[in-house]
Design a protein around this ligand. Structure first.
Ligand SMILES: NC(=O)c1ccc[n+]([C@@H]2O[C@H](COP(=O)([O-])OP(=O)(O)OC[C@H]3O[C@@H](n4cnc5c(N)ncnc54)[C@H](O)[C@@H]3O)[C@@H](O)[C@H]2O)c1
Length: 458
């Protein structure tokens, strides 16, 4: 017999789950009558510089202040943070580097509402703590603004649905700023995958493995450690899941169907909390040192996603595409292995060997399959920087698509599907690693679009 959800019952029941046959089955509520699908949605072109209102001027938001004015067709017109001195710090960066100050400035916990209400803003760009992403994104869309929101866009299934429903009802874009999709290795491998170089992609991996020890003190109000100490699960899944979902055409021909999550105990996590807050003050640090999530898709593919932020280790996103004819494996050596000579221009016996290509041949293939987006933006991206240039490329594509009235590279369903792992992985772990049948944010349309494509102006 189906048991009504217990854990997720702080949220509206239509977004919850039932337990059937030892599986947690999430509900997919029907689309309300006043909403339409956002698949392939393109807004009217914007025939002037995109006027950006930036909310959250901590580490990430300040990086955006340094970066966005370099993007062709972008101008920051409004700044907002909890603290006025952070707003002034951002104004000084604009003044010093770009010779202007933003027209509007707002501060305090509700200042974002005035920013969103400003008439002369096209895009609200959010770089605030996780718990504020969805409420601010929803508010901005309600005020008629397109939204770009940092990762993860939402931390619960209910929030994922709020983003989808609001975007569908208001016909405003809601793009999650998943920058790793624009890393030169990931986007080149995506191009290779789309050209069939790896054959059929059957298995993928991705991760966020980053020892945050040097960063914990920097998060305003300790928001990130607080979230980790209170939650199990993959609390930061999108850098890992985003690029591999693109390669697997998730909601463009396939769908993530069932997941199982498992974590270690919090050995290092508890030790860090004891050191940070005093021995025993945090009775039980929740987030496991390593969290693994296994996902199977409707079309029989698999995904492995990991999260690890407290143990000492080299940075690693574990990006891997395994196909029937080849393999891309980014870490540690950006390996590419191809087993089909017919598909590449280089003349190498190594192509037939079951091993990674030597560096020079790997570099030649990467050059041959360079993604058009890289060709368009990489030169300036190298100058501007921001995680090796991928942040600038992401911003440039967002602004380019808005100005030309094109569908964005990442839509609101991507934001919801990639972010929903936060809750689903936690629920699986809290039920003894029980399989979770995932909701369908496209409401049955996941097979309607055939493959991911990127839009370009004529
Ligand atoms: N994509 C990436 O590579 C990447 C990298 C770092 C951070 N991030 C994301 O960026 C976001 C911000 O992270 P961060 O490291 O800059 O954190 P941070 O703590 O340095 O900055 C958050 C800022 O938000 C402000 N803020 C809090 N409440 C506010 C409110 N009500 N109104 C306006 N401002 C408010 C804070 O004062 C602070 O300045 C997070 O979602 C994080 O996951 C993404």
């Amino acid at each position: 017999m189906a048991a009504l959800c217990a854990l997720a019952c702080s949220q509206a029941p239509e977004y919850g789950y039932t337990i059937k046959n030892n599986q947690i089955v999430y509900n997919t509520p029907p689309r309300p009558a006043d909403q339409q699908s956002m698949l392939g949605f393109a807004a009217e072109p914007i025939d002037h510089d995109i006027r950006i209102g930036l909310i959250g001027l901590g580490d990430r938001g300040t990086g955006a202040v340094r970066r966005l004015p370099h993007v062709e067709g972008a101008v920051i017109v409004a700044l907002c943070d909890l603290y006025p001195d952070r707003v002034e710090r951002a104004q000084k960066i604009l003044e010093k580097n770009f010779n202007y100050r933003a027209l509007h400035e707002f501060s305090g916990p509700e200042g974002y509402k005035d920013l969103c209400a400003s008439e002369d803003i096209d895009l609200v760009y959010l770089a605030v703590p996780w718990n504020l992403h969805t409420s601010m994104a929803v508010y901005a869309m309600e005020q008629g603004k397109h939204v770009a929101v940092e990762v993860p866009a939402a931390t619960s299934i209910e929030e994922c649905w709020q983003l989808v429903n609001t975007s569908e009802r208001t016909r405003r874009h809601c793009m999650m700023l998943e920058n790793c999709c624009y890393d030169y290795y990931e986007i080149t491998c995506l191009n290779m995958a789309q050209q069939g170089l790896f054959g059929e992609i059957v298995h993928t991996e991705g991760a966020y493995c980053h020892n945050l020890e040097p960063f914990w003190d920097g998060y305003q109000g300790d928001w990130r450690m607080t979230y980790n100490k209170d939650h199990h699960g993959d609390v930061y899944p999108t850098h890992g899941i985003g690029p591999v979902c693109q390669a697997l055409n998730i909601h463009r021909g396939d769908k993530m169907d069932v997941l199982v999550s498992m974590d270690t105990d919090a050995f290092a996590g508890q030790a860090i909390a004891d050191k940070r807050y005093g021995e025993g003050v945090v009775e039980k640090y929740a987030n496991g040192d390593n969290t693994m999530t296994f996902i199977r898709t409707r079309k029989g593919k698999t995904i492995l996603i990991e999260h690890s932020v407290v143990t000492p280790r080299p940075y690693d996103r574990m990006y891997q595409l395994q196909g029937t004819k080849g393999l891309a494996n980014k870490y540690p050596n950006e390996g590419i292995a191809i087993f089909d000579q017919a598909l590449v221009n280089i003349d190498s016996e190594d192509l037939e060997a079951e091993n990674y290509l030597p560096d020079a041949e790997r570099d030649a293939i990467m050059e041959q399959y360079k993604h058009p987006i890289l060709k368009q933006f990489e030169e300036k991206a190298r100058e501007v920087g921001g995680h090796g240039g991928m942040d600038f490329i992401m911003d440039s594509r967002l602004i380019y698509c808005l100005r030309h009235g094109l569908p964005l590279d990442q839509d609101v369903y991507d934001a919801a599907e990639w972010s929903c792992l936060v809750e689903l992985s936690e629920v699986s772990i809290n039920h003894g690693n029980m399989p979770v049948v995932m909701p369908d944010f496209t409401r049955g349309e996941w097979d309607k679009v055939k493959g991911l494509s990127f839009a370009y102006a004529e």
